[in-house]
Write a protein that binds this ligand. Structure first.
Ligand code: ATP
Length: 247
């Protein structure tokens, strides 16, 4: 069920605040414009009317679905596959929730959970994809920013895919991967994620609330936690309140 609105503060907040009835369908909310789009920890996610695609999908998982820790990574993998299918070469994933091309951020993901009712898990998966960037963009970002029109390989003069086409491509990849996740968790998807790991074997630092860890990025484990090879062995880092940055 796809609902497309002209404006909304945040598509994630709208679905979290007023979850649609449980009618067995996946509910998707798309907004032409978000006035208060969010990244992790309340950081802003910017979008530019028809130059961005911003939407959220509310997914009700069956009882018994594994811990949601790997869900951001699964959403990232689905987004990467959709972009590859649309013709974007070199799509990479930055743990835990960003999609990069040539080291610049093309899309971001924000997964939030509804308070559990019984054993069932309900997740809201928010996705923002830059289709074009305004000429005067001045984004105070830690990572450079890019957009689909800069990275898509297609014949000259060919129009960019429409927002509906990009949305359909993403939902088409998300659905089967979330079914796999519901049945078996992150392990069957781990190697596909690692193949696209932007920082595999590269030096990175992990900024936490109170400390910073540095080491080589050694991939992710079966729960989607980051593995960091440090002077004291391999440390496991949970997404929680930390950010990965290249060194
Ligand atoms: P982390 O590694 O912790 O996820 P992050 O900087 O990638 O850090 P997110 O919460 O994923 O943080 O995304 C929010 C950040 O993304 C903002 O602080 C801003 O720097 C950047 N940002 C905001 N809008 C866009 C956009 N349209 N395209 C790319 N980057 C953006």
């Amino acid at each position: 069920e796809v609902r497309w609105v002209a404006e909304c503060a945040s598509t994630n907040s709208a679905l979290l605040d007023a979850p649609p009835a449980d009618d067995g369908r996946v509910h998707v909310l798309v907004a032409d414009r978000q006035s208060a789009g969010r990244g992790r920890r309340g950081r802003p996610w910017l979008s530019w009317d028809d130059a961005s695609l911003t939407f959220s999908a509310l997914w009700r998982f069956p009882p018994g679905t594994p811990q949601p820790a790997g869900l951001s990574l699964v959403a990232g993998l689905a987004l990467a596959r959709a972009l590859e299918r649309l013709g974007v070469p070199g799509v990479q994933l930055k743990w835990p929730n960003d999609v990069l091309v040539h080291g610049a951020k093309l899309a971001g993901i924000l997964v939030e959970l509804l308070p559990a009712r019984g054993r069932a898990l309900t997740a809201v998966i928010g996705i923002g994809i830059n289709l074009r960037l305004p000429a005067d963009i001045d984004l105070p970002a830690a990572i450079p920013v890019t957009a689909l029109d800069r990275v898509l390989e297609q014949p000259p003069g060919h129009p960019l895919p429409t927002r509906s086409a990009v949305l359909a491509a993403v939902l088409g990849e998300l659905h089967p991967l979330l079914d796999i996740f519901a049945a078996a968790g992150f392990p069957p998807l781990r190697s596909a994620w690692q193949q696209r790991n932007a920082f595999a074997d590269l030096p990175v630092c992990i900024h936490g609330e109170n400390d910073t860890l540095t080491g080589l990025c050694a991939g992710v484990d079966v729960d989607g936690a980051l593995l960091l090879r440090t002077g004291h062995g391999v440390q496991r880092v949970l997404a929680g309140d930390v950010s990965l940055r290249p060194l």
